[in-house]
Design a protein around this ligand. Sequence first.
Ligand code: SAM
Length: 207
Amino acid sequence: MPPPSSTPGYWDDRYRSEPVPTEPGIFVTDELLPLLGEPGRAVDLAGGAGRHAIWLAQRGWEVTLVDSSRVALDLASRRASAAGVDLGVVLADLTSDALPPGPWDLILITHYLQRDLFAKAARLLVPGGLLAFSIATVRNLDRHERPPRRAVLAEHEAPTLAGDLEIVFYEEGWSRAGRHEARVIARAPATGGGTERGRSRASADAR
Ligand SMILES: C[S@@+](CC[C@H](N)C(=O)[O-])C[C@H]1O[C@@H](n2cnc3c(N)ncnc32)[C@H](O)[C@@H]1O
């Protein structure tokens, strides 16, 4: 039996031994893209080898990639250099280290489940900023062994993780890639402080 994914070194070993996904997911290219405003500051949490971080950087976003795998971050840095884009990388364990403070116009989490992360992340959004996540649900186990049960959402759990944010997109079902996922995009309230950019985008959205 393979070691659990919480084992230290598990992800480094996987990034060394298995093909690394480099194409962005349809959630990001088809569902998130139309909701994005002008490029701003984005953080991709547990973003692995940077398939989404690099895709965003190529579209003008200033992106920080956070992951606990040094191997993944090195791969991402090399791929970003080859693509001619800047990418900030932060080696951090999201279960114990502080999140990069932001504020962020976009926070992305794909295929990583840590239930206390969503509320922490939401507090770091600019007014009107987006939290977008796509995570397998328990139904995925009907067809696939991975991710394991502790790393999947209950059915219809996803929207509850968005807390007080306004859900602007929610879908749950089998993806074209044959995975059962929940996909949520939620927006921070357009009130309060935040950056000028965040405020101006929020007022544009309200029109
Ligand atoms: C299934 S991969 C998803 C990677 C990326 N989000 C994507 O969609 O391609 C899960 C990622 O979570 C990272 N990870 C696992 N536990 C973590 C932790 N405690 N803190 C930060 N990253 C973690 C792993 O290194 C791995 O890159």
